[in-house]
Design a protein around this ligand. Structure first.
Ligand code: NAD
Length: 257
C-alpha cells in the first residue's frame, strides 16, 4: 500500500511539528489537510504553497481542537481520512497548586480529548476505505514526567493510553495506531517556554537551552520537524503494517536514562 494519493489530516499544522509532518507526507505524495483554530489568509497560503511545491492536493480547514464537535467536523469536511495525525497541542508551566483551572481544561481538551474525537470520527471512514493509520504525537512526557507540567504530562500519558486502546480495537483490521514521543524540538511551543524559564532560574537563553531544556536529552540536540515527519512517513508505510499500539521515541536518548 503506497502513501501516494492517500489523504492525511494533520491537526494543529499551521506551525511547528504539524507543518513539518504535513510537508514530509506531501513530499511522498499524500494529499494533505492542514488545520488550526484560525482562519487567516496565511493559513490557506501555507496549504497552497505545499500543494504547489509537491504537486499534491493541499487544503486548510479551520477547526478548534478544544471543541469536540469541531474535531469531528474536521474529519467530515475533509471527505476522506486515510492517515490521521493527532498533533495539536499547547503547554502551560505552573505548580499544581497554582495551575489555572482554565489552562488544565484547555490542555486536556486540545492535547488529549481532541484525539479521541478525531479518531472516533475517522475510524468509520478508514474502515470504509479498508486501510488507515492513526499517528498520535505524544511526547517524552507521555512516558516520563517533569515538575510544573501536570496537565501536559497527564494529557500525554492519556494519549499513549488512547493509542493502545485504538490499536487493540483495530488490531484485526488493516488499520494501525501508534504514538510518537518526541523529546525537545525547537518549535514555537518550546520557544515560548524559554523566557519564563530564563526568568525562573535567572539564566541566559543558551544556558536554559543546554542545562534545562536539553538537560535530559543525552544527544544535546533538538529533534527536527523533518525527523518527526519522517517517522510519520515510516509509520504510514507498509513496512509498519505490524507496528501498532506502541510508542516510538524520537528523543535523543531521553527515555533511555
Ligand atoms: P506549535 O505551537 O508550533 O504547534 C502547535 C499547533 O497546534 C499549532 O499549529 C497551533 O496552531 C495548533 N493549535 C493550538 N491550539 C489549537 C486548537 N485549539 N485547535 C487547533 N489547533 C490548535 O508546537 P509544536 O512544538 O509543533 O507541538 C506540536 C505537538 O508536538 C504538540 O502536541 C506538542 O505537545 C508535541 N510535542 C512537541 C515537542 C517540542 O519539543 N516542540 C515535544 C514533544 C511533543
Amino acid at each position: 500500500m503506497t502513501i501516494q494519493g492517500k489523504t492525511a489530516i494533520i491537526t494543529g499544522s499551521n506551525s511547528g511539528i504539524g507543518l513539518g509532518v504535513a510537508r514530509e507526507l506531501a513530499k511522498v505524495g499524500a494529499n494533505v489537510v492542514l488545520n488550526s483554530f484560525t482562519d487567516r489568509d496565511e493559513d490557506h497560503a501555507l496549504a497552497e504553497e505545499i500543494g504547489r511545491e509537491f504537486g499534491v492536493t493541499a487544503r486548510y480547514i479551520k477547526a478548534d481542537m478544544s471543541k469536540g464537535d469541531e474535531c469531528r467536523a474536521l474529519i467530515e469536511k475533509a471527505g476522506s481520512c486515510d492517515i490521521l495525525v493527532n498533533n495539536a497541542g499547547i503547554q502551560h508551566v505552573a505548580a499544581i497548586d497554582e495551575f489555572p483551572r482554565a489552562k488544565w481544561d484547555a490542555i486536556i481538551a486540545i492535547n488529549l480529548s481532541s484525539a479521541f474525537h478525531t479518531t472516533a470520527a475517522a475510524l468509520p471512514v478508514m474502515r470504509a476505505a479498508g486501510w488507515g493509520r492513526v499517528i498520535n504525537i505524544a511526547s517524552a512526557h507521555g512516558l516520563t514526567a517533569s515538575p510544573y507540567k501536570s496537565a501536559y504530562v497527564a494529557a500525554k500519558h492519556g494519549v499513549v493510553g488512547l493509542t493502545k486502546v485504538t490499536a487493540l480495537e483495530t488490531a484485526e483490521e488493516p488499520i494501525t495506531c501508534n504514538a510518537i514521543c518526541p523529546g525537545y524540538v525547537l518549535t514555537p511551543l518550546v520557544e515560548a517556554q524559554i523566557p519564563d524559564t530564563m526568568e525562573k532560574y535567572g539564566m541566559d537563553r543558551e544556558t536554559v537551552i543546554r542545562e534545562v531544556l536539553l538537560d535530559r536529552q543525552p544527544s544535546k540536540q533538538f529533534a527536527t520537524v523533518e525527523e518527526l515527519g519522517g517517522t510519520c512517513v515510516f509509520l504510514a508505510s507498509s513496512a509498519a503494517n505490524q507496528i501498532t499500539g506502541t510508542t516510538i521515541s524520537v528523543d535523543g536518548g531521553w527515555t533511555a536514562l
